[in-house]
Ligand binder design. Structure first.
Ligand code: SAH
Length: 202
């Protein structure tokens, strides 16, 4: 998976490639999806949600430029796969999920894998995680219609945020917090599940 889908498409960071090799993707996928765990595509994880394509996970992670001392906010825990990849690379990952079942499942798997640098919260990611802010990096894996201001406010000076923005047509955006304000760079058209405003406690 890593050499043919990720390295071949231009992801160069050795740290990111190593993390992608280490984290076993199949552990995050429900039993009926196991055959698709290492495919070059998103895979359903239940509750109408998907785990992102491996290349997208690697690409977004590389664009964050993760540093060992970073504290990272992730919106959209989903399966917990992206969370685990980040946890291999940074000091702490704070992740927010709005679907209770997915949050519980991800928590169980991440605990089994013995990650000590992950905290998980059930909530609406539009609000970020104000009590744990500020963050060096923010990664959003569901698409808000427009950039949530709370997330920008929780980014440290010099920080980077990667986020797919848009309702129908989504664009992956890189936000760089500089002394002259926030620079926004459009990276590529993408397709993520929408970021919704309600909690799902079913
Ligand atoms: N990073 C995930 C991919 C998850 S798909 C992985 O590696 O598996 C996007 C996730 O965002 C879904 O789990 C969805 O439930 C969640 N989501 C959607 N709207 C949200 C919101 N407002 N707050 C937090 N999470 C949200």
């Amino acid at each position: 998976m890593v050499s043919s889908q990720i390295e071949a498409r231009g992801v160069r960071s050795q740290r990111v490639l190593e993390a992608m090799r280490k984290v076993e993707r199949h552990r995050f996928i429900p039993p009926d999806g196991q055959a698709f765990a290492y495919r070059d595509s998103p895979v359903p994880i239940g509750q109408g949600q998907t785990i992102s394509q491996p290349y997208i996970v690697a690409c977004m992670t590389e664009m964050l430029e993760p540093q060992p001392s970073d504290r990272v906010l992730e919106i959209g825990t989903g399966s917990g796969y992206q969370t685990a990849v980040l946890a291999e690379l940074v000091a702490e990952v704070c992740t927010v999920e709005n679907v209770e079942r997915l949050a519980n499942r991800a928590k169980t798997i991440l605990n089994q894998m013995d990650y000590k640098n992950i905290c998980l919260s059930l909530g609406d990611g539009h609000q970020g995680w104000p009590e744990a802010a500020p963050f060096d990096k923010v990664i959003v894996t569901a698409a808000p219609a427009k950039l949530p201001k709370a997330l920008l406010d929780q980014l440290k000076p010099g920080g980077r945020m990667i986020v797919p923005v848009g309702r129908w047509r989504q664009e992956l955006m890189l936000i760089h917090h500089t002394p002259d304000g926030c620079q926004r760079e459009r990276l590529m058209p993408v397709r993520f599940v929408p970021m919704v405003r309600r909690l799902n406690l079913d």
